[in-house]
Design a protein around this ligand. Structure first.
Ligand code: ADP
Ligand code: MG
Length: 221
């Protein structure tokens, strides 16, 4: 699965440096929904970006399915792992306004040269958006758009879903729906989900919960 070993992240150099993570060890269980909690500025996005290989740790190793991803030398090697194994959901849905929901959700497959709108529509149906497959993002509520972006993240069937504050723009009821979706997806599709958030209510829906504080991770359930 995903394993972080002795991860330290220091931004900057010399006197100006900022240590955000210090000797963090973490095992993310396959098929489980893990929530990493922490206030703004605690290093949540930093940690997620290291797993996504968008940034490198100052020291330490990260393994995905036994492969040391921190040892990958080229951007193309990292991109390949990302494309094959990871889906991403962010605070902003990132849907393209001039494309229908079906086209938006199918985009990751189209970029790989394997478009199939039917699969995109099945994913939308699974997330309760079956009636909206032909609509434009502007016709949807914030919660619906975020669920469409989850469908898009799942389009290439990644075994891992990484989510950075995916409910940051949603009201309480919509947040709860996203947490429930994640819990159900991890259970039903054996999807490994890592969500970072400052929303402590997310803990109620997760299999594993950690809190990031003082540069360290503490298990809280
Ligand atoms: N690229 C960067 N360069 C320097 N400092 C950064 C950089 N990215 C984040 N930081 C700092 O690291 C700390 C943690 O940031 P971040 O991981 O974004 O926290 P969170 O996602 O929990 O709000 C913050 O103090 C932030 O200002
Ligand atoms: Mg953040």
């Amino acid at each position: 699965m995903i394993k972080l070993e002795h991860i330290t992240k220091i931004y900057g150099q010399g006197q100006e440096n900022l240590c955000v993570l210090e000797d963090v060890n973490l095992t993310l269980r396959r098929g489980k929904f893990t929530v990493l909690l922490g206030p703004s500025g605690s290093g949540k996005s930093t940690l997620l970006n290291l797993i996504a290989m968008l940034d490198k740790p100052t020291s330490g190793k990260i393994f995905v399915d036994g492969q040391e991803i921190t040892a990958l030398k080229s951007e193309s090697a990292r991109a390949k792992v990302r494309l094959n194994k990871m889906g991403f959901v962010f605070q902003f849905d990132g849907l393209l306004p001039e494309f229908s929901l079906t086209e938006n959700v199918d985009m990751p497959a189209r970029l790989r040269g394997r478009p199939n709108p039917k699969i995109a529509q099945e994913l939308l149906e699974k997330l309760g958006l079956g009636a909206m497959v032909h609509k434009l993002p502007a016709d949807l509520s914030g919660g619906e758009k975020q669920r469409a972006s989850i469908a898009r993240a799942l389009r290439n069937h990644p075994p891992i879903l990484l989510a950075d504050e995916p409910t940051g723009n949603l009201d309480a009821a919509r947040k709860e729906q996203v947490f429930k979706d994640f819990a159900a997806l991890s259970r039903e599709q054996n999807l490994t989900i890592v969500m970072v958030t400052h929303d402590v209510h997310a803990a109620d829906y997760a299999d594993d919960v950690y809190r990031l504080e003082n540069r360290q991770l503490v298990k809280t359930n």
